[in-house]
Every structure is written in structure tokens, then in C-alpha cells.
Ligand binder design. Structure first.
Ligand SMILES: Cc1cc2nc3c(=O)[nH]c(=O)nc-3n(C[C@H](O)[C@H](O)[C@H](O)COP(=O)(O)OP(=O)(O)OC[C@H]3O[C@@H](n4cnc5c(N)ncnc54)[C@H](O)[C@@H]3O)c2cc1C
Length: 362
């Protein structure tokens, strides 16, 4: 009898699994993917979309048709609870899905989302429609305030500023960050270069300032009220609630705890990958798309091993990896370890890598 493999979440690691399955089948196995939407938007190209370089279709991956081509059943839905002992998953529609082997790749949530009021002017990108809306004038015109000075906030700051320049919109783009931009631990020389570029582009930087409260159309920073026409909530990430509420083993912050084989120690038939897990042997690895894709490769080998011969491989994160941020107007900022450079060539490389990545899903 064949085994049931249930994939929860169509994140970067599961995408690379589906790509493999277009050519190779896992042994003796019926595979299902559960994801809240049938469309997935590739974050590496968000900034280019916001700036008007790419159309929405350029960053869209159709999960339902990718699954069809990979011989995988696609179910639109969200996992609400997992019973590891009974091997059952409950979805938000009340459906119960059974499995023999389970794999999570559900990413993370934006920090402190519950502090946000209901408002059409606040964008956090956790919902698919919000990604579409980022390409509309409402999200880019007038005073745009971005909360969060990580890679996502910085890229969006550059791209909206660049869009404003092309459109002749004289509103400001401000980035407010409770810590220095681009993380505390980034190399100083590279960070300095990036900061100078942001200021040079006209982005208002407010580092080490904490947002006390978010209201409709204004944020309170210290004792000052900062008005906005659009607010982009690009704070750091936090663990999805599903793991803790399902009583699965987690680290102190609620991320699913897996071994370097990407398996949960207590339940070896449960795998986890992507930004929503902590690998016990490497708790410090950065949570980004590059790492999630890399884990996808090990995940394939280990699922194949688990379902077949029982053999597995160990995940070893790269020490250095390439990051390219878009800095607007088809320029980029490239980092590899402590090396960094900026200019047109960096953007061309990013564009080529992103287009190649997307072409593998067509
Ligand atoms: C503007 C922006 C730019 C970025 N640029 C880059 C970049 O250039 N390079 C880079 O490396 N990283 C970049 N990132 C970060 C990158 O997007 C993430 O690191 C990456 O998407 C994480 O991948 P993942 O596989 O963990 O999960 P995700 O890609 O977050 O996917 C998780 C999936 O699981 C689904 N899901 C969630 N909960 C459930 C549930 N309960 N049931 C079923 N499905 C569920 C979600 O809907 C989603 O489809 C950027 C992020 C942003 C916001």
C-alpha cells in the first residue's frame, strides 16, 4: 500500500521539492500539498514589482498547476491543528487530512501583527491581495512609512522612492527601525555603504526609534506622531502559532525544532524546513529564502530515503552566500561574505538569477 505524504505550506523548500517531482517521483507515495492559496508570489521580485519593473504575473507561481505537473494533489486550505499521534491535520474549513509522513514549510509571521488596527492603508504582505495592492498608487503615493529596517524594508524603501522619482510624487519615504538598519551584526563597511545609498536616494532613516502605537493614518514614535498615507509593516519575523498550539517540539521562540536531517526527533515521520523551523545543530542560521531553498534539496533526499531505503543526509548551512538587494532604478547592492559592491551589474545579476528561478516553474 502506498504511503500518504502531506506537504503543509508551499514555501521555498516545498517549491524546490515540487520542481524535483516534475521529473522524479518519490517511491511508493501519494503526495498532497495544502496551501491557503493556489498562487504564490516570489518575494525576490516584490521590489521590482512595486517599482513598476515587473508585472504581477512575472512573480506569480501557480501552485495548483505546478502540482498537477508534478503528480501531486493540491488542496486550498490552512492547517489549523496537527495531531502528531493520530497523524491527522485539521484545516480551517473543518476538513481532516490523514498522513503517514508530514512535511512543514509554512514560513513565519510578521512580528506584532496583532497591534495593527484594521486599515486599508496598512500593508504587511501576509495576505495575497496585499502583494497585488503594493503595485497600486494608494500604497506608493504621499507619505510612505516603512516599519522595519531589515532587507525587505530596505528594498521596498528604495523601490518606492525610485517609483516616486519617476512619477514626480513629492511625498517622503521613511524607514523607522528600533535597531540599526540591516541588522546589528552586519559588516560595518557594507552597512555604511548601504545606509549612504538610502540617504542619497532621499529615504528618511530613523534608526533606533521604537514605534509605540499604530493608529489609522499615524504612528506614534516616542512622543511624536508621524502621519502616513501608506504604512508598510516590515518588522522582523516570529514563529507561526501552529507548532505550539499543536504541542509539537519547538525552540524557546516557538519555531519547530528539527534535527539536521530536517526531522522532528520525537516524530521522525514529521519533517520541517524553511524559515519556520530551527535546526537544533545550527540555531543561528539566518531566516531567508536562500536557506529555505537549500533546505529543500536536503528535504528531497531525506524524504526519498525515509520512504525508500531509510537513508538520510544532514543539512549543513553554507558559511557564505550571495545576497543581492535591489536599490532602485535597475541598480543593486551585492554581498558575499564581507565583500560588497553596488551598481548596475549587481541588479543585472539579480534579475538574471530571479528570472531563471521563475522560469523553472513555468
Ligand atoms: C519584500 C521582501 C523581499 C525579500 N527578498 C528576499 C531576497 O531577495 N532573498 C531572500 O533570500 N529572501 C528574501 N525575502 C525573504 C523570503 O521571502 C523568505 O525568507 C522566504 O519566503 C521564506 O521561505 P519559506 O519557505 O520559509 O516560507 P514562505 O515563502 O513564507 O512560504 C510559506 C507558505 O506556507 C503557507 N502557509 C502558512 N501557514 C500555513 C498553514 N497553517 N497551512 C498551510 N499553509 C500555510 C503560506 O501561505 C506560504 O505560501 C524577502 C521578503 C520580503 C517580504
Amino acid at each position: 500500500m502506498s504511503e500518504k505524504l502531506l506537504l503543509i505550506g508551499g514555501g521555498h523548500a516545498h517549491l524546490s521539492l515540487l520542481k524535483k517531482m516534475k521529473k522524479n517521483q518519490l517511491p511508493n507515495c501519494e503526495v498532497t500539498l495544502l496551501n491557503p492559496t493556489s498562487k504564490y508570489y516570489y518575494s525576490g521580485m516584490f521590489s521590482g514589482y512595486v517599482e513598476g519593473i515587473y508585472a504581477l504575473e512575472d512573480l506569480e507561481i501557480n501552485l495548483a498547476s505546478l502540482c498537477e505537473r508534478a503528480g501531486v494533489q493540491f488542496i486550498e486550505g490552512t492547517a489549523m491543528s496537527v495531531d502528531a499521534k493520530q497523524k491527522m491535520v485539521l484545516t480551517e474549513k473543518g476538513d481532516i487530512l490523514s498522513f503517514d509522513v508530514l512535511s512543514f514549510d509554512i514560513g513565519t509571521r510578521r512580528k506584532s501583527m496583532e497591534e495593527l488596527p484594521e486599515s486599508d492603508s496598512i500593508y504587511h504582505l501576509n495576505r495575497k491581495e496585499q502583494i497585488q495592492e503594493l503595485g497600486t498608487d494608494e500604497s506608493r503615493r504621499g507619505e510612505v512609512v516603512i516599519i522595519g529596517g531589515g532587507a525587505a524594508g530596505i528594498e521596498l524603501g528604495f523601490s518606492i522612492q525610485s517609483w516616486k522619482k519617476k512619477q514626480g510624487d513629492d511625498g517622503n519615504v521613511s524607514i523607522i527601525s528600533s535597531s540599526p538598519i540591516y541588522g546589528e551584526s552586519e559588516d560595518d563597511r557594507c552597512k555604511k555603504q548601504l545606509k549612504e545609498k538610502l540617504i542619497g536616494a532621499g529615504v528618511v532613516l530613523r534608526e533606533n526609534e521604537r514605534v509605540e502605537e499604530v493608529r489609522d493614518r499615524e504612528v506614534v514614535v516616542g512622543s511624536e506622531s508621524v502621519p502616513y498615507d501608506a504604512l508598510l509593516w516590515m518588522t522582523g519575523s516570529e514563529a507561526p502559532k501552529l507548532y505550539k498550539s499543536s504541542k509539537l517540539p519547538t525552540d524557546d521562540e516557538g519555531y519547530l525544532l528539527v534535527e539536521d536531517t530536517l526531522q522532528v526527533k520525537e516524530y521522525p515521520f514529521i519533517f520541517g524546513s524553511g524559515n519556520g523551523v530551527t535546526v537544533r545543530q545550527y540555531p543561528e542560521i539566518p531566516r531567508n529564502g536562500v536557506m529555505a531553498v537549500r533546505q529543500g534539496e536536503v528535504l528531497w533526499d531525506n524524504l526519498e530515503g525515509f520512504l525508500g531505503s531509510g537513508e538520510g543526509y544532514h543539512f549543513k548551512p553554507q558559511k557564505r552566500y550571495l545576497t543581492i538587494l535591489s536599490t532602485g532604478s535597475r541598480h543593486g547592492y551585492l554581498r558575499y561574505g564581507s565583500f560588497c559592491t553596488a551598481g548596475k551589474l549587481a541588479w543585472k545579476m539579480k534579475n538574471k538569477i530571479d528570472q531563471k528561478f521563475m522560469s523553472t516553474f513555468k
